[in-house]
Ligand binder design. Structure first.
Ligand SMILES: CC(C)(COP(=O)(O)OP(=O)(O)OC[C@H]1O[C@@H](n2cnc3c(N)ncnc32)[C@H](O)[C@@H]1OP(=O)(O)O)[C@@H](O)C(=O)NCCC(=O)NCCS
Length: 189
């Protein structure tokens, strides 16, 4: 993939009128087979009480919605206390705007906002070549099991980013995700 010049994008919270633009860009980014499933996941998470609070952000370029990211609530029971966590999924940038830094802007804006709420951890199941640039690292070896087992050959795709120092990672724990994400089809990376 070749990087293009960074595009000046603005990142803001997604609002009701953005819905169709988000659907369109998700289908364009993920394609006609996977896209509708991702659109359904977003809709399910939006109405899922166990996913709240969700953080849904859009990137706009000249007022056109060009990228979207959603973080839903997760939690990690460590025995003595529950850590607050979010799962980053999905992230999509319209193909016309890919490789111009917009995905990065969305991820960084989300992480900043979640850190400001005092959140402990963020997880992602995604491209192991993409997310480490934001500080994500393999989660399984740090003791955090995904809601569903990840095949050993894809272990690197399940990643964690602590948002503050001193997060325990030595005890093996299973991450609990929102009901809408609690389906093996979303954990097949
Ligand atoms: C993955 C995606 C969100 C990245 O957004 P983007 O705005 O294009 O990416 P950025 O401009 O922030 O970053 C560009 C860098 O990411 C890399 N990158 C982009 N897509 C990648 C992928 N699928 N796997 C690994 N690296 C990727 C590029 O090679 C580039 O690397 P460089 O900085 O070393 O040159 C976007 O390509 C997309 O929507 N893809 C289709 C949907 C998808 O796969 N979503 C993510 C699911 S985990």
């Amino acid at each position: 993939m070749t990087a293009v010049d960074p595009v000046p994008a603005r990142v803001r919270k997604a609002e009701g009128p953005d819905r169709q633009a988000i659907v369109d860009l998700v289908i364009a980014a993920f394609g006609p087979v996977e896209g509708p499933e991702v659109v359904r996941l977003i809709a399910d998470l939006e109405v899922d009480a166990s996913a709240q609070p969700i953080l849904s952000l859009v990137a706009t370029v000249a007022d056109r919605v060009s990228g979207h990211v959603l973080f839903s609530r997760a939690s990690v029971e460590t025995g003595d206390r529950e850590l607050s966590a979010a799962i980053l999924a999905p992230l999509a940038v319209h193909p016309e705007f890919q490789n111009a830094g917009i995905g990065g802007q969305l991820v960084m804006a989300g992480l900043r906002q979640l850190a400001a709420t005092g959140m402990d951890l963020v997880f992602v199941l995604g491209h192991p070549d993409y997310y480490p640039r934001f500080g994500f690292a393999e989660a399984g070896v740090r003791g955090f099991d995904a809601p569903y087992p990840i095949a050993a050959k894809n272990a690197g795709a399940w990643m964690v980013l602590p948002l503050r120092p001193g997060i325990p990672g030595t005890v093996r724990v299973r991450v609990r995700c929102a009901e809408a994400l609690n389906d093996p089809r979303y954990w097949r990376e």
